[in-house]
Design a protein around this ligand. Structure first.
Ligand code: ZN
Ligand code: ZN
Length: 410
């Protein structure tokens, strides 16, 4: 397949499998300016699928950085109502949302952390309506990646920028299964495997999981009653199948935010708000991080944990076999969308309400009472290794092997 054909296939995959654009719906496309060529392809595909209109929301990381360096902190503490209304309005009217990301992992290195934090908090609050509609299962969304030079250079530092971008495209296409053959059929088969494993985990209804490996992870996390494992596609309330992340290899659920004990050691670096955090450990007691260390980026890790009460507790636990096509490429992407799909991970911060039965209908307080964490953050970090073992504990106290040597037992 020629490059242009693959790119077109990627746009088609994003629109059809990603958000499943349906007749008469609005489509919001969040697009970095450097990805404008791909953004326009996505737009065309969306109209082909019957979109009522496509709203392009362009962004420019370099301009955002200039703003962080020059505007006062107060400018980041609120989002003007007119700006938030653009997304909130379409969410009310019925939209799907496509986010194209082209992130330089160190785009905001050295920028005042307080501004980054204020901006994240203000944005979350201003777009509460948009996110509430999304969390309730009434807004289909997907995230796909596009290479920028700084990102490609970070992954492949020894080649020219042009070569690095070409290599990153190749890695992205492999990760989303755009190779020879029918991409849609490959996604359907992959989805079936994820669904089968999630179903099995739901049947076990474990009360806790135990993680151990030679890096030093020795950790037990409780699972709330009626937690639900998800993997692969999701189905919106109006019955459309979509994929929130492309690629996706994970099967995930809600950890009980008051039940985590022991230490987890990161198995991959974490890129957080443009800062790199590497070789770190978190020690939990009663569900809360009470001790942390990082060989690289400890300040950023501390800032993340200090964001709010919920940033010290867990909102997601995810299982990914070591033998995934992303891991098989043996590339560190410095991007959560890919790296989280290479490895078992946990997330600090907000839970996905629907990962406990009926959770999307509960108030924040009621969800919390069932073990669902809330926070402005949701930050995934990787703990999976080739020798990871995971044991599930049933209500009757039985120990069932889930992972041996980094892979699913079933
Ligand atoms: Zn995840
Ligand atoms: Zn996550």
């Amino acid at each position: 397949m020629a490059f242009d054909e693959k790119l077109r296939e990627y746009a088609r995959l994003t629109v059809r499998q990603g958000v499943h654009v349906s007749e008469g719906i609005y489509v919001i496309v969040r697009c970095p300016i450097i990805a404008a060529d791909f953004g326009r392809m996505v737009m065309e595909e969306a109209f082909k699928c019957g979109a009522k209109d496509v709203i392009m929301q362009y962004s420019d990381t370099a301009a955002t950085r200039v703003r962080y360096e020059n505007a006062a902190l107060s400018q980041f503490e609120t989002v003007p109502a007119w700006q938030a209304e653009q997304s909130n309005y379409y969410a009310r009217e019925g939209t799907v949302a496509i986010s194209i990301i082209a992130e330089d992992p160190e785009a905001f290195a050295g920028v005042d952390g307080e501004k980054l934090l204020a901006s994240a908090k203000a944005r979350r609050a201003a777009l509460k309506e948009f996110y509430d509609i999304m969390d309730a299962g009434n807004l289909r969304w997907t995230v796909v990646a596009y290479p920028c030079a700084a990102w490609a250079r970070k992954i492949f530092p020894d080649v020219s920028d042009t070569q690095a971008i070409r290599m990153l495209w190749d890695a992205i296409f492999k990760s989303v299964r755009i190779t020879r053959g029918d991409t849609v059929r490959k996604w359907e088969k992959h989805d079936r495997i994820l669904k089968r494993r999630a179903k099995k985990l739901n049947k076990f209804a474990f009360t806790a999981l135990e993680f151990k490996n030679s890096l030093g992870t020795d950790f037990r996390v409780g699972l709330p009653e009626h937690h639900v494992w998800f993997g692969g596609s999701e189905t919106s309330n109006d019955g459309y199948v979509y994929f929130p992340n492309m690629p996706t290899e994970e099967i995930f659920t809600m950890p009980h935010c008051m039940q985590a004990e022991g230490t987890v050691i990161s198995s991959m670096p974490l890129s957080y708000q443009g800062c790199l955090i590497d070789r770190f450990s978190l020690t939990f007691r009663d569900g809360k991080v009470f001790d942390h260390h990082a060989e690289v980026g400890e300040d950023a890790l501390t800032r993340l944990l200090d964001t709010d009460e919920g940033s010290r507790r867990l909102g997601e636990v995810a299982l990914i076999p070591y033998d995934s096509p992303i891991r098989a490429q043996n590339i560190l992407f410095y991007n959560t969308l890919f790296d989280e799909n290479a490895s078992c991970h946990l997330a600090l911060g907000r839970c996905y309400p629907n990962t406990v039965k009926g959770g999307e209908l509960l108030s924040e307080e009621a969800l919390f009472a069932r073990g669902g964490n809330h926070s402005v953050n949701h930050v995934d970090f990787m703990i999976g290794t080739k020798d990871m073992s995971v044991i599930g504990i049933t209500a009757s106290g039985e120990h069932i092997p889930v992972f041996e040597n980094g892979n699913f037992v079933f």
